[in-house]
Write a protein of this length. Sequence first.
Length: 239
Amino acid sequence: MYDPTVARLTYRALLGRRRALILFVLPAVLVVISVAIRLLVGADDAVATEVLGGFALATMVPLIGVIAGTGAIGPEIDDGAIVYLLAKPLKRPTIILTKLTVAIAVTMVFSAVPMLVAGWILNGNSQQIAVAYTVAAVAASIAYSAVFLLLGTVSRHAVVLGLVYALIWEALFGSLVPGARTLSVQQWALALAEKTAPGANIASDVGLPTAVVLLAVVTVAGTWYAGRKLRTLTLAGEE
């Protein structure tokens, strides 16, 4: 269910000059902020939690997910290049799963790895805070990639819709509105961080079992529907 050729083309599309620049900016900002805070404030668990949770997990991870998830397939659909890929003797689930794998890998590299580095800079992984948020970033990367890959298959405005979700729902409503928190990938990932670092001041509005189930459901459902949509596009082209 993985095709190296599709993977190579997807990596090339995602890591092209323009997208690669955008992907590097947010992690670089996180690391620079972390270094500045460490120099000015010193090691502080509360500050580390605020930076890693309030900026990195709430804003950086979903934005990188938007770039990687929608960029894995959306541009090919928009410019019609997907027709050449669909003409190959490849199963549609293989195409989707390969692109999802690439999107997850890119999202993890540009979000989970900088998260760990920033956490160590901020407080040396005191109370397992750096590891906890890294675990959350890994889980969120998987779910976001599936959600935004799905958006890339169903809408020509996937990037706009993804940015609305990432910046308004996740970063704003997901952090401030109690009812919206239960439907937030960020909160589901935070449940894993809370479990990983029980002594730290990390709290999620969603229990761990519920969070794990919801992360799995969103990932599986998003991947399945993206494959179904791709199959529909094939049928439309053949007709």
